[in-house]
Each structure stands twice: as structure tokens, then as C-alpha cells.
Write a protein of this length. Sequence first.
Length: 113
Amino acid sequence: MPQTKQSLGDVLTRLYNTIEARRGDSADKSYTASLLAGGNARCAKKFGEEAVEAAIAGAMGDRLALTAEAADVLYHLMVLMASAGVAPDAVAAALAAREGQSGHTEKAARKDG
């Protein structure tokens, strides 16, 4: 059966919902539950490790490795967000508020605020 193309947003929404559903699972049986049980610090550490691996793959120009590492980064970011109580809709709203702005202007506004 051919796989249909899916939007990143739809996949991330399902992923976040799955992460939240794993919150009460046994840490012995669920990697996601074990990360959440470790708290924000553990989730942040794993996210950082994956981000470095993605950066290295990107710097090396390894598209296949970057694709896999980007998936790991997004998964671990969603786990960190769930751990910290940040819903994807809040991130979407923050991104939407920045649309149409110069990156330099937006960054300067965050420093002033």
C-alpha cells in the first residue's frame, strides 16, 4: 500500500499526542516515559545531544544522516515541550506572530521585551 504524503505539522501533532499518552506509562517499557520521568533537565540534555548530532550531519553535508537526526531532534524537542508544559499550539502562535517580520527586527524586539 503506497504511503500518502503527510504534512510535518500533522505528524508533529500526532507525535505530541503520543508523547502525552505515554506520560503515565512505565519507564521500563517506554523510552518516552523514561525521558519524562527524568524531568526537564534530562529532556533538555537529550534534546541538546540530538541537536549537536544534527548540526554535525548538516555541516558534513550528509543529507541522509541529517534527515534522521532532524527527526530525532523534533522528537526530543516535543518530549521537552511536553515535560515543560509547552503545547505545540503555543509554539505555532509564537511563529505565526513573527510571520512577515524581518528576522533582525523580531530578534531586536525580543531583546527589548
